[in-house]
Ligand binder design. Sequence first.
Ligand SMILES: Cc1cc2nc3c(=O)[nH]c(=O)nc-3n(C[C@H](O)[C@H](O)[C@H](O)COP(=O)(O)OP(=O)(O)OC[C@H]3O[C@@H](n4cnc5c(N)ncnc54)[C@H](O)[C@@H]3O)c2cc1C
Length: 580
Amino acid sequence: MDQFHPPVKDMIFALREVVGRNDLQSNTGFTDFDREFLETIYDSAAEVASEIIAPTNKDGDRVGVSIADGKVTVPKGYAEAYDAYVDGGWSTLSCNPEYGGQGMPASISMPVNEMVMGANFSWAHLALLTNSAIRAVDAHASQELKDLYLERLISGKFTGTMNLTEPQAGSDLSVMNTIAQPNGDHFKITGQKIFITWGEHDLSENIVHLVLARLPNAPDGVKGISLFLVPKVKLNKDGSLGERNTLKAVSVEHKLGIHGCATCVMSFEEAEGFLIGEPNQGLVCMFTMMNDARIGVACESVAIAERAYQQAVNYAKDRVQGSTQVSNSRVTIINHPDVRRMILSMKSLIEIMRVLVYENTFECDLAESKPEHSKRADLLTPITKAWCSELCQDITSIALQVHGGMGYVEETGAAQHFRDARITTIYEGTTGIQANDLIGRKFIGDNGSGMNDLLNEIEKEIEVADIDAEMKDALNQAIDHARKVSSFILGNYQKEPNLPGACSHNFLMMMGYLVGGWIAVRNIAASKHALEESDDAQFYNAKIISSNFYIEQFLPLVSSFGSSAMHGSGSMMSMPDEQF
Ligand SMILES: Cc1cc2nc3c(=O)[nH]c(=O)nc-3n(C[C@H](O)[C@H](O)[C@H](O)COP(=O)(O)OP(=O)(O)OC[C@H]3O[C@@H](n4cnc5c(N)ncnc54)[C@H](O)[C@@H]3O)c2cc1C
């Protein structure tokens, strides 16, 4: 049965006991960080997620969204779910208090995001993208635009979108050609955008489109792109809704998954828009939104993996099939070692992915007041986005496998998670683009210094960690391997121009599994510490077992990805195109 219960206890463990290491409060300046406070907010968010949002998930998939005359119809229950989310103030948690937000660090609201994404992944895109739009407007828009739009976005009266992609401009935005003509106090935006998530719907009073476009005579390439705020319905000076803007959804895409999410082709015909930030600085402004959304996609990956895992565990505890070497009677399949392997793989990976998402978000929170943290946040972001979304493919696939044939038919719901998850490695920058970012800008661009700092920190933590010697050896070998790969790339990329692109994926995956090992050690340390005070021994012992399992089963992948990276571009680039 496809039910969903947000794992509040695991979330608090990851955030407070592993990421926080008890210093969340002092570092973020946020005073309400005690366990009771977190339990109170997360328990109520979990209730909304499991009881109001989660039941809309199946209809979202089966019925999906449709469009007629530019009007998008959403599945049953979506409007009630949106009202419950907004009325409960869940959209406001980490937003600016000057405009009605609650001013909490983003790391505190991330578990709530995870809950709503796990509840209905398609629906939750609305909340996720609106949140990212709020950050971009807050960081870059003029005071006048902030006064008109921010409070309405934060309260959930309005929702936000991100309009980057055009048919010829996907990963490469330098060739986009939507134009913005100056017209008095505003601009006229003309062009077509594709794949725009929740580009049209009537769940909110208005939709605020953040659109990339070119000013006349703008320089070619990414240096000539500006960002505009283009409302679906224009606002009067007093903020009341005015006339409809000249933009519309032309169609919605028919997709492999996320059927309950309106992915629109948008047409802008001299639509009224307002510049955000400086002319030709659009990509810089949009990056505020994109970086936020990238960690958001990693969080989605944890959420959907968690939901698939919960369903697989329930099935494995229920389905009786065969017997084992240690039992003559028929057993539920969870007793078969190979099914156990699958389930423990899912559990251990999800626990580590969750900490990574929260850790990256925490580094972003810290960077707001301590700029030295932005280097770590920036280094982690492509790893978090790409590694978590790639693992999410494996986890939702394993969850389907646990169901056997019943996973392949639609009625169990396991197939939906597998289909829905597929998008996470594609949007907000594909895995290939994240890998380029990591190896190019974040590693070679900084001559390996940020990565070196990270490896040193991991090494120091391992030195003092309360883990056995064999485990320490395994982790130290993984670090040595990563250092070897780093020197190889830094020493050869100038001689071999295709090297960074050729080894970028393997480099990113190596870093993902290595950071995973670091988190496993921290999970073990936090659990051992908690065991001294807590009477919940089962919970913490289980965390130790799943972290040990990660180190045994997944840490070895550091050296296989690293070794592949060091083979460079030779075979990869030598075959002529005609031979494919
Ligand atoms: C369901 C859905 C929702 C979306 N939502 C939004 C949205 O709300 N707003 C929005 O603006 N866009 C949205 N997108 C668009 C999405 O961000 C793009 O699809 C994505 O960035 C990839 O661009 P593309 O599809 O043009 O693929 P391409 O750029 O054509 O890429 C094709 C392949 O080539 C690889 N590739 C391309 N360039 C390079 C390179 N330089 N180095 C290495 N590999 C490379 C890619 O990794 C990929 O594997 C959405 C897409 C989908 C499917």
